[in-house]
Write a protein that binds this ligand. Structure first.
Ligand code: BG6
Length: 459
């Protein structure tokens, strides 16, 4: 038996925009997702939009009971900004009543809610003013965060500001998977800078109020970066990918400053964002108490010959590399590399002061999962059990070697709606039937996980 530390946080992860439902009901205003679905529904898998998320707004009591039945002791999800402050200023009392009852219900079932504030769900009123590109977004977010701390701080003791900021930067400003779907590296860098400042100002607001007696963090998608070879050029490509995609957020959030090398690079290519006086001091003074780490797969890179330096993007400095020994999730196409969780863990220990951290997401998406359903309606997801077990083995090894990891959260509890992919890939311990009143059905992995949690150990 490989035991985990006492009081280890065993749970699942989700987000408000992917699970709540009631998209434009009970006072909630539109987010970019609501707007995008209304204007371009064909972008969404099977034309299923944000109205059809897993109905947590109406079923949170049932879900909290299922969590307790599984012996889970924590749950990481988020608050919807557009629900709490539909116009950015006025508190929606219906939202307050909903969230307070939801959080208290979780607590009463022995499930600690870890609450995140932004999971890709930009309110439309702010997007119309430029979203994260507009400086106004920094103070608007800090106001929202402070409001949430005041309203829920007596129940919530563990907070996060953002989920995977690199994803809204890349997908919205260097790709087309998030609104506004533009490709412009300079704008992407400004969006990233404002996000980091909004985070820092929220941390500052949290600490200013002496009634706030919990801890605050940010959730980053951290992938270990591996080079194709030991060749100097490939090693440099690895260094650049790590600098641009990992350290550009990890350093300011954990160490309170951007890497000098990054600033020099931006300066050299005329990509520096607009920085206001005191910004860098505010950042330095507001480091996180702990970190959330989402890990799905590593990044594998190699040197790129002759990039087009007229149009600079992160990809100008490296390119992807297909590792021949790659173990692939055949149901989603993503690489499965459990050793990566060990490498991240050791990096947190060795390079980031052994700050407390937890796995805020890890999981295996499966397309067409209903084909694994048995005659009793239970999905026989042995592949997910193997996936979780393999990752826990490497996490356990790193903890034995002194890593400061305090929890593991599977993405996700109940299958949820996922942006443009909608319900294409299923991740949950529970299957949800969106055509039959969002009924929940346990998968085999939920029974397996319950045993792991109760024993606080893997075999
Ligand atoms: C994570 C996000 O990166 O990946 C989640 O935080 C998302 O919001 C999850 O749902 C899985 O992604 P996908 O595209 O396979 O559903």
């Amino acid at each position: 038996m490989r035991k985990f530390p006492e009081n280890f946080f065993w749970g699942a992860a989700a987000s408000a925009p992917q699970t709540e439902g009631a998209a434009l009901e009970h006072g909630k205003s539109a987010t970019t997702w609501d707007y995008w679905f209304e204007t371009e529904p064909e972008r969404f898998h099977n034309n299923v939009g944000p109205k059809h998320t897993s109905n947590v707004y109406n079923q949170y009591k049932e879900d909290a009971q299922l969590m307790q039945d599984m012996s889970m002791n924590s749950y990481r999800t988020s608050i919807s900004w557009a629900r709490l402050l539909p116009d950015g200023k006025t508190v929606n009392e219906e939202a307050v009543a909903y969230y307070r009852d939801y959080f208290q219900t979780l607590k009463d079932k022995g499930v600690e809610p870890i609450m995140n504030l932004f999971h890709f769900d930009m309110p439309m009123w702010l997007m119309e003013k430029g979203g994260w590109e507009a400086r106004e977004s920094v103070d608007a977010f800090a106001f929202y965060a402070d409001t949430a701390f005041t309203l829920f701080g007596d129940i919530i003791k563990k907070w996060a500001t953002f989920n995977e900021p690199m994803v809204h930067i890349e997908c919205g400003y260097l790709g087309d998977a998030h609104y506004p779907a533009v490709r412009d590296y300079k704008r992407a860098i400004q969006v990233g800078f404002h996000t980091v400042m909004a985070h820092a100002k929220a941390v500052e607001a949290y600490r200013k109020n002496k009634n706030n007696d919990g801890e605050i963090s940010c959730i980053l998608n951290l992938s270990p970066v591996y080079a194709k070879s030991d060749d100097e050029k490939d090693q440099h490509a690895r260094h650049m990918a790590d600098l641009l995609l990992i350290r550009s957020l990890l350093d300011p959030i954990v160490l309170g400053k951007f890497p000098e090398e990054l600033i020099e690079l931006y300066r050299k290519h005329d990509l520096l964002p607009v920085i206001e006086e005191d910004d860098l001091e505010t950042l330095e003074a507001n480091k996180v108490d702990f970190l959330g780490v989402n890990y799905y797969q590593p990044l594998r890179v190699q040197h790129r010959e002759n990039p087009n330096m007229d149009v600079i993007t992160p990809g100008s400095f490296f390119m992807g590399y297909d590792w021949p020994e790659k173990r692939i999730n055949p149901h989603r196409g993503w690489e499965i590399y459990p050793e990566g969780i060990y490498d991240i863990s050791m990096r947190m220990k060795n390079d980031y002061g052994n700050l407390p951290w937890f796995i805020s997401e890890n999981g295996m998406g499966v397309e067409g999962e209903e084909k694994f359903q048995d005659e009793n309606g239970i999905i026989q997801d042995d592949y997910r059990i193997e996936f979780i077990n393999d990752h826990l083995e490497f996490l356990h090894k790193s903890i034995e070697e002194g890593s400061n990891c305090f929890g593991y959260h599977l993405w996700t509890f109940v299958d949820c709606w996922s942006w443009l992919n909608s319900y294409k890939n299923r991740y949950g311990f529970y299957r949800v039937d969106i055509d039959d009143n969002f009924k929940r059905y346990p998968k085999k992995s939920s029974f397996w996980m319950k045993e792991v949690i109760e024993q606080n150990a893997i075999k």
